[in-house]
Design a protein around this ligand. Structure first.
Ligand code: NAD
Length: 469
């Protein structure tokens, strides 16, 4: 499943050869090396449009990392440094500064109308070329649906186009750009999300808009390196690929993990369970008694559950006219119906602890559609509808979110024909496929106890694929 081209273009000879014939030269993405690694290092520049409501909170979050923090001055449209805390050093934007930045963070919550969008230009125009490889652009705005005037809603919506275009411009450096939209008063809930987007954990997440609501106040984990200590998680399809990476990542973060997969994967499943001192459950999630089997297993092994990740999935590709009915039925049953029935049973049996987490795995095919995948795209689109509707119903601090992976290097994508596989890998801002760990890290952020206000989001893990919106 290795991307040999990525390795080749990261040798001096390979880089020269690829450039000379106009081929993409993707950067090797930096990923989290150790759980206790600081979420960001180097120099960060923070700026805020006048009236920004999140800048104080952002300053405090950034100060908890290992970076040197600078604050942008020198524009009448940006707030001055006084607000951002003692550790931020002022930088005059209109003067040449030698610094290079690992992150540019901008609080756009103060932007009230479209004229004030000029603050974006003032902040990013002189600084965007100073980004290092693997750098981050992070913008915090307001949810346009909550804005009282059309002018404000337009200006806040405009941040999406800006973020996505910036992501496309900086992707060749392995850098990402993302937008966090907060409800009014939700700036206190930013921490886990800001840390995620600035860290190497979000290496393959770019061009995303995430909503943060008011949420419940939750206790801080004692140790940021093991935020899921004393939590129990169930991961379906956990014997290999993305599912095994999710299980290992949740275990790394302190959870006890039950991995579930079909009988045919039993040896690999037990191996994953043994590696992480978890439990293995062999079960076909489409079996009529699967929800009961899962409820019984959870009752016997842990008594309750904090996290369920519905990762098990299949493709059965055929154009619609050529598709046998069992291809249709199986894709819908595994990818969509099973997770609804399992959640119903877990909720009915009252097995979720307070602040529980449900995470579903959709796909960019469910957003954009894909040739030969009417069944798969139907199921993965249904997952999105399910998550959005469930998010409004859950109580007790529970959340439900979904990841929508793009091209991730697994057995599923290794089975694609070569030309389609190569196109899938390269057609994104980072010009490479993602790794299972990229999906797993995004799920770990949803599951963090401090992510209680992250609810009903669909986050693509696709390197900002050109496919879909
Ligand atoms: P994979 O085929 O390597 O793993 C899927 C796992 O689900 C397997 O272990 C399989 O045995 C299990 N599974 C299938 N049917 C099951 C059933 N009835 N009961 C229990 N387990 C079952 O695939 P992957 O690439 O790791 O994909 C994981 C998830 O990510 C899937 O939902 C997939 O649709 C989604 N996804 C993957 C990609 C990608 O590029 N790999 C892209 C978008 C979405």
């Amino acid at each position: 499943m290795a991307d040999l081209y990525l390795k080749f273009v990261n040798t001096p000879a390979g880089k020269t050869a690829a450039r000379s014939v106009g081929l993409p030269t993707p950067v090797t993405l930096k990923r989290q090396r150790r759980p206790d690694q600081p979420f960001i290092e180097g120099n960060i520049l923070i700026g805020a449009a006048n009236g920004g409501k999140a800048v104080v909170e952002l300053g405090a979050i950034l100060a908890s990392g290992a970076a040197t923090i600078f604050h942008a001055n020198g524009s009448a449209r940006l707030t001055d440094s006084a607000n951002v805390g003692n550790r931020a050093k002022p930088v005059e934007l209109d003067q040449e500064s030698p610094d290079r930045y690992t992150a540019l963070v901008f609080d756009a919550t103060g932007i009230e109308d479209t004229l004030q969008l000029r603050g974006l230009y003032d902040f990013f125009h002189p600084t965007i070329r100073k980004l290092t490889t693997n750098a981050r652009v992070l913008i915090v705005g307001l949810d346009p649906h909550t804005c009282k005037t059309p002018a404000k809603a337009a200006a806040q919506q405009a941040l999406e186009g800006f973020t996505r275009s910036a992501g496309k411009e900086i992707g060749q450096k392995g850098a990402t750009a993302n937008l966090i939209r907060i409800a009014s008063g939700a700036e206190k809930n930013l921490e886990s999300t800001v840390r995620f987007f600035l860290s190497p954990r979000s290496a393959y997440v770019s061009g995303q808009c995430v909503r943060i609501g008011r949420g419940n106040r939750t206790a801080r984990p004692d140790n940021q390196a093991t935020p899921l200590k004393q939590k129990t998680a169930l991961v379906t399809g956990g014997s290999r690929g993305i599912g095994a990476a999710i299980a290992r990542t949740l275990s790394r973060d302190g959870a006890t993990v039950i991995v579930l997969d079909t009988f045919s994967t039993e040896t690999a499943l037990k191996q994953v369970a043994d590696d992480i001192t978890g439990h293995a459950l062999t079960c076909d999630i489409t079996a009529e008694d699967a929800p009961d089997q899962i409820v019984d297993f959870v009752k016997r092994h842990s008594g309750s559950l904090d996290i369920v990740v519905h990762n098990a999935g299949i493709t059965r590709d055929k154009t619609l006219g050529n598709m046998p009915e069992h291809f249709w039925d199986l894709a819908i049953a595994v990818n969509l119906t099973a997770e609804e029935l399992i959640n119903d049973a877990l909720l009915e049996a009252d097995l979720f602890q307070q602040n529980g987490r449900i995470v579903c795995v959709s796909s960019i095919s469910g957003i954009a559609g894909n040739f030969g995948q009417t069944n798969y795209a139907t199921s993965k689109s249904g997952v999105i509808g399910y998550v959005e509707a469930m998010a409004k119903r859950l109580k007790n601090g529970m959340t439900v979110n979904a990841v929508a992976p793009g091209f991730i290097e697994t057995r599923m994508t290794a089975a694609m024909p070569l030309t389609i596989r190569e196109a899938g890998r390269r057609m994104n801002s980072l010009a490479q496929g993602g790794q299972p760990i990229d999906v797993a890290e995004t799920i770990a952020w949803f599951c963090n106890p401090l992510s209680t206000a992250v609810n009903g989001n669909i986050v693509r893990v696709c390197g900002q694929s050109l496919i879909g919106r």
